[in-house]
Write a protein that binds this ligand. Structure first.
Ligand SMILES: NC(=O)c1ccc[n+]([C@@H]2O[C@H](COP(=O)([O-])OP(=O)(O)OC[C@H]3O[C@@H](n4cnc5c(N)ncnc54)[C@H](O)[C@@H]3O)[C@@H](O)[C@H]2O)c1
Ligand SMILES: [Zn+2]
Ligand SMILES: [Zn+2]
Length: 350
């Protein structure tokens, strides 16, 4: 089968690999219908996630059709349409019992990281009973694909960790797919203002169309001043970091109000400068989280009912044979006006 294989930083290729097979009774094999690329895959390409070995198939997002199941998998059958969650969880270890599925001792963020991922014709899903969601055959695949990673991330690591409340002023730094998904999630809590900060005017325009009340382009380095002016020098109640670099964490520290919450979502490859000498007095809460994907069932209902219009996060469509071009497009998002790029497995004869 074809698979997008990582070799070393900035060195990936679409290659032939053996089709995965059932290894444990709790596994399922899913034939991918569509997959996509995450900002985290771009961090992997930059070398920010050193745990990824040479030869790993990337990708942790996907919708597909069950091809085979192990003997312990009872809820899914060959031919079922399923959503793949990025998180693998055994359901019985200490972390799973506490609901911290992303740190499952027998799973966690495995796909496209510790085991081969979804940017391929087929993928093996361990603990399939927990990591897959049955979809109605008429489900909108592209809308649902946004639930593999970015919508649970925006809701759990952004809106919920940041404890967004009605009337809050919220700033989201980074208007990539994760920042925009966070915006959709934050809106569920009725904040009074959502200020979106990015370098990319196209993405900021999209943010306005998604319901941001203010957008700030940070390329002139005056974004913090602008946000302080917009908030009459009070700062924001919640600052959500959705980029993963020191500069954007600095913005969050500069604009947070007394009593505010900084919720970090970004995957960081470098240390940041924590300004504790300034923040200690201000009753700030700082949170970090690897997404648990525990909100996926709720989000599925909201996408199905139309309460969240997830499909508008998709900007481009490619075939699996064009995945290198899809990576180029997503990496050059500003030039290409790209949000989420959907990659269809044209090999699977669906
Ligand atoms: N915590 C988690 O579990 C989790 C899950 C998924 C993704 N992530 C992380 O979320 C982050 C965002 O993902 P994405 O898919 O949206 O990535 P992306 O690369 O598409 O988007 C990042 C955005 O940040 C903007 N940006 C870059 N530098 C900036 C600056 N100095 N000021 C303002 N904006 C700047 C870019 O223009 C871009 O729009 C990544 O770090 C990703 O790894 C974390
Ligand atoms: Zn992701
Ligand atoms: Zn577990």
């Amino acid at each position: 089968m074809k698979a997008l294989v990582y070799h070393s930083p900035n060195n990936i290729a679409l290659e032939d690999k053996p089709k995965p097979i059932i290894e444990k009774a709790t596994d399922a094999i899913v034939r991918i219908t569509i997959t996509t690329i995450c900002g985290t895959d771009l961090h992997i390409l930059k070398g920010d996630v050193p745990s990824i070995p040479d030869g790993r198939t990337l990708g942790h997002e996907g919708v597909g059709i069950i091809d085979d199941v192990g003997s312990d998998v009872v809820s899914f059958h060959k031919g079922d349409k399923v959503l793949i969650s990025l998180i693998t969880s055994c359901g019985s270890c200490n972390f799973c019992k506490k609901g911290i599925f992303s740190h499952c001792l027998n799973g966690g963020w495995q796909l496209g990281n510790k085991i081969d991922g979804t940017q391929a014709e087929y993928v093996r899903i361990p603990f399939a009973e927990n990591g897959l969601y049955l979809l109605p055959s008429n489900a909108d695949d592209e809308a649902v694909l946004m639930l593999s990673c970015i919508l649970p991330t925006g809701l759990e690591c952004g809106a919920m960790k940041g404890q967004v409340k009605p009337g809050d002023i919220v700033a989201i730094v980074g208007a990539g797919p994760v920042g925009l998904a966070t915006l959709l999630a934050v809106k569920l809590y009725s904040p009074s203002e959502i200020i979106m900060i990015d370098l990319d005017d196209n993405r900021l325009e999209v943010a306005l169309s998604f319901g941001a009340t203010q957008v700030v382009n940070s390329s002139n380095g005056k974004e913090s001043e602008t946000v302080m002016k917009l908030t009459k020098s009070a700062g924001v109640d919640v600052a959500i970091e959705a980029v993963g670099i020191p500069a954007t964490f600095d913005i969050c520290q500069a604009i947070i109000a007394t009593g505010g919450r900084i919720a970090n979502i970004g995957v960081h490859g470098k240390s940041v400068n924590l300004l504790l000498e300034k923040l200690w007095v201000s009753n700030i809460t700082l949170t970090t989280q690897l997404v648990d994907a525990s909100t996926t069932p709720v989000l599925l209902k909201m996408v199905e009912s139309g309460q969240i219009d997830a499909k508008k996060l998709v900007s481009h469509r490619f075939k699996l044979s064009e995945i290198i071009k899809a990576y180029y497009t997503f990496e050059n998002a500003s030039k290409e006006k790209a949000l989420k790029v959907v990659i269809k497995n044209e090999y699977a004869n669906i």
